[in-house]
Design a protein around this ligand. Structure first.
Ligand code: MRU
Length: 370
């Protein structure tokens, strides 16, 4: 997407520098910083400490990490060590494991001499595939927004609520939940977005708001607790969120607080959609309770980062000394609360049948593997 008329992806290989570069998201929206990732430790830190974040981008970063490692040392020992170190960085987003497996399964049968170029080509391809999946999610999601818009009075926008940042910054480009929004704007449909701030790390306040601002999309930043109230008052037409892992039966794991939005949406007859590229589906897991939920540092709860009066970026403590923070980073929304899954192939029910109908080849692969 564009920043001040220049097109950016969230990660790219800079041919001139011969290096992978990313937008370091820790400093947004106040500072736009691009950094290079070179060593395995750089890549691992970038994922673990959330310089990059969002399930698809975590996967894309891991793919580039393996590619860079293969340039340094293409041995099986190094391939396995890199897989292990990267896999430990963040446990919930399945795209991480998906990308690491894609890379290892491709590279293992190859002679060492051919691994670096094959790994580089596949990492670039994984990024391109993510962009295309997300573009198609937008094409399909647009039809949902278009249908809602058709029932509105002239000049009345479609009000969309979203949680966390499932925007282009969370993917390689377009975003998942935001792609239908960007497509709606391109199609000339009036929309307005309620952006949940998304405590504790405020991905909504810092990242989604920044995306909406940069693209001139009307929006308001709201506290995480406002959504239910707005739904009761008829001020939300549809909820669209992303996901870090969706099970083969359609349960959806996403940023903490998503479940409460889904409950409120159900109570108020507001449709609740989840947008996802297929690498976010964990075909090996049926029930959401089986998904590992990342526990992050309590300091993310007790402290908040922002721009200080002198313009610098700083952190302030908001709770008393000695109060520990409890920080489960994701929750599971049961499929019964999900109106539909917006995938690159179309919209399907959040159910075993819905997903199997959309991705029949995955079901036969699982059957053969089992
Ligand atoms: O902890 P984060 O910022 O990596 O969490 C991101 C989310 O929960 C997103 O909603 C999810 O990864 C989908 S991104 C397209």
């Amino acid at each position: 997407m564009k920043i001040a008329d220049k097109h950016y992806r969230s990660i790219w290989f800079n041919q001139e520098a011969g290096k992978v570069q990313i937008i370091d998201q820790r400093w947004l929206p106040h500072e736009f910083r691009v950094v290079e990732l070179a060593s395995r430790a750089d890549f691992a830190a970038a994922i673990r400490d959330m310089w990059v974040r969002g399930a698809p981008l975590i996967g894309a970063t891991a793919a580039h990490a393996i590619a860079e490692e293969m340039k340094r040392d293409p041995s099986n020992t190094n391939l396995d060590a890199a897989w292990d170190e990267l896999h430990k960085t963040r446990p919930t987003a399945i795209n991480l494991r998906w990308a690491l497996d894609e890379m290892r399964n491709l590279l293992r049968p190859l002679p060492e001499a051919g691994r670096a170029s094959a790994a580089h080509a596949r990492a670039v391809q994984i990024c391109d595939e993510d962009v295309e999946c997300n573009r198609m999610i937008g094409v399909h999601g647009l039809e949902i927004i278009r249908r809602i818009a058709a029932g509105k009075a002239p000049g009345e926008p479609v009000n969309i609520l979203t949680h966390c940042n499932a925007g282009w910054l969370a993917t390689v480009d377009w975003g998942t939940a935001t792609s239908p929004m960007y497509h709606a704007v391109e199609a000339g449909i009036d929309i307005h977005v309620w952006v949940d701030e998304t405590r504790p790390r405020n991905q909504g306040a810092m990242l989604t708001s920044w995306e909406m601002n940069s693209h001139g999309i009307p929006h308001h930043l709201i506290v995480d607790n406002a959504g239910g109230h707005l739904m009761q008052r008829g001020q939300v037409d549809v909820v669209i969120v992303g996901t870090d892992r969706t099970t083969a039966h359609g349960d959806v794991c996403n940023k903490i607080g998503t479940y409460l939005k889904a409950l409120a949406a159900k109570d108020n007859d507001v449709p609740f959609y989840v947008a996802l590229p297929s690498p976010t589906i964990d075909w090996a897991v049926k029930h959401g309770s089986e998904i590992p939920i990342e526990e992050r540092d309590g300091e993310e709860i007790t402290h908040v980062q922002g721009r200080l009066a002198d313009g610098s970026i700083g952190t302030v403590q908001i709770s008393p000394d000695g109060t520990p923070g409890g920080n489960p980073a994701f929750d599971v929304t049961p499929r019964r609360l999900v109106t539909g899954l917006i995938t690159e192939r179309g919209v399907c029910a959040a159910s075993p049948e819905g997903l199997a109908g959309m991705f029949p080849e995955q079901v036969s692969q699982q059957t053969n593997a089992g």
